[in-house]
Design a protein around this ligand. Structure first.
Ligand SMILES: *Cc1c(COP(=O)(O)O)cnc(C)c1O
Length: 416
């Protein structure tokens, strides 16, 4: 990622015929599509899974507490509870907080649908709150405006990997007796004023989907300092049963009681073995994610055509996503056109996310509508996610810059 490399990219892009867009019949910047995110599996990860397959335990074995302890220790929190997905983690966390019929839960408009769906699973109502347009993080003032005497919890989403304004959210929740649930699916390894994400809310959830920081295939984990919540979630993942097979074996007993209505949200040891192996590489991978993001930041600081999201002081960003806005008035093309042009160049751009309250399900069943969260809706119109994952080579990163320059050269010019 040297300056010399950029200079040569510039020549290619500005060099006459070479600048013809792939979407208009020119040669693409890349022959193969660079995805926006990708897992990184090495031989030792493969071996970790094979070891599980050769062991006595394919599920509810020793990898589960090992993974739970590794994550909880790195965060500096009492409990980790491993479950079968990030969505199951959200469901278990909201359940443990006592969310139920008649309750309202405040959810930011810009997030993956699962952040709101977990509220609906429990018979409660998600109430969408607007985001800060500079960061797309839940705006604490907007959250406060949505509070009612039915509000049970606030779900904070660390969008793109940047921790929310937890001090402001904590002040709000402790003043009102509302619980704080952090959907930290994007922010494993991030810190907020020196404190690790996963320790900033009553309960925090993570995802081990392959596009996230650590891959299990499918998997999730919840962290909390509260013993009561950890116990409720441990039961919830296993049908609401009070003891697991290991405890029954230890007690030489077949007896168990189902004390709550739970689900089968257990994580298998096959998945946990992979996640555990991957988790050991998190620090190194975060460094690479941050280096790529810093490189993008530097490049885009001289390109007004794309405007990266802002990062707040005092946070260490985990960069699950690198998101830019195409809101400069110099664009003569809309976001769809730019998106299609970049895809044709071999750059797997994406959009995160359609505001959840605009999905047909929520409009039909909860009466949400355009206008509910204007900052989120405005931002959505020109969001673009660029590829960012630790396995990207310097060449891959350079290709992204080259393609953005090439597309901007065609569709953007400075406004006087
Ligand atoms: C990925 C994600 C989830 C769901 O995680 P799964 O492991 O895919 O179930 C929830 N919330 C957010 C914000 C996510 O990005």
């Amino acid at each position: 990622m040297s300056g010399g490399e950029n200079a040569s990219h510039e020549r290619t892009v500005l060099g006459g015929a070479a600048a013809r867009l792939a979407v208009e019949g020119g040669a693409p910047v890349r022959a193969s599509l660079l995805p926006y995110a990708r897992q990184w599996i090495e031989e030792d990860d493969v071996q970790a899974v094979v070891d599980v397959l050769r062991s006595d335990w394919l599920t509810t074995g020793p990898r589960i507490p090992a993974l739970e302890e590794a994550v909880a220790t790195s965060i500096g929190i009492a409990h980790g509870v491993a479950v079968s997905s990030g969505t199951a983690a959200l469901h278990a966390a909201a359940y443990a907080l006592g969310v139920g019929p008649g309750d309202e839960v405040i959810v930011p408009a810009i997030t993956f649908a699962a952040s709101a769906n977990c509220v609906v699973y429990l018979g409660a109502t998600p109430v969408f709150a607007d985001v800060d347009p500079a960061t797309l993080l839940l705006d604490p003032v907007a959250a406060e405006e949505r509070l009612s005497d039915k509000t049970k919890a606030i779900i904070a989403v660390d969008y793109a990997g940047q921790p929310c304004d937890y001090d402001a959210l904590r002040r709000l929740t402790s003043r009102t007796g509302v619980s704080l649930l952090a959907d930290a699916s994007h922010s494993l390894g991030a810190t907020y004023h020196g404190r690790a994400v996963g320790s900033l809310a009553d309960v925090s959830t993570f995802s081990f989907h392959p596009v996230k920081h650590v891959a299990a295939g499918e998997g999730g984990l919840v962290t909390t300092d509260r013993d009561d919540l950890a116990l409720r979630m441990t039961r919830f993942r296993n049908h609401g049963i009070d003891v697991d097979h290991a405890q029954r074996t230890a007690a030489s007993s077949w007896r168990y009681s189902m004390v709550d209505l739970g689900y089968n949200y257990r994580l298998s040891d096959i998945h946990a073995g992979l996640a555990l192996s991957q988790f050991g590489k998190l620090a190194r991978w975060l460094e690479r994610r941050r280096a790529i993001a810093a490189f993008y930041d530097r490049e885009f600081s001289s390109m007004p055509c794309v405007r990266p999201l802002e990062t707040r002081p005092g946070v260490e960003h985990a960069y699950h996503l690198y998101v830019v806005r195409l809101d400069d008035p110099g664009w003569s093309a809309d976001r769809q056109t730019v998106f299609t042009a970049l895809r044709a160049e071999g750059i797997g751009v994406n959009v995160h996310y359609l505001p959840v309250h605009l999905h047909p399900y929520y409009r039909t069943h909860f009466g949400t509508a355009p206008g509910d969260c204007p900052a989120a809706e405005r931002a959505y119109e020109n969001l673009l996610t660029l590829p960012l994952f630790p396995g990207m080579s310097d060449q891959d990163v350079g290709d992204v810059i080259t393609a953005v320059r090439k597309v901007a050269a065609r569709y953007w010019s400075p406004v006087a």
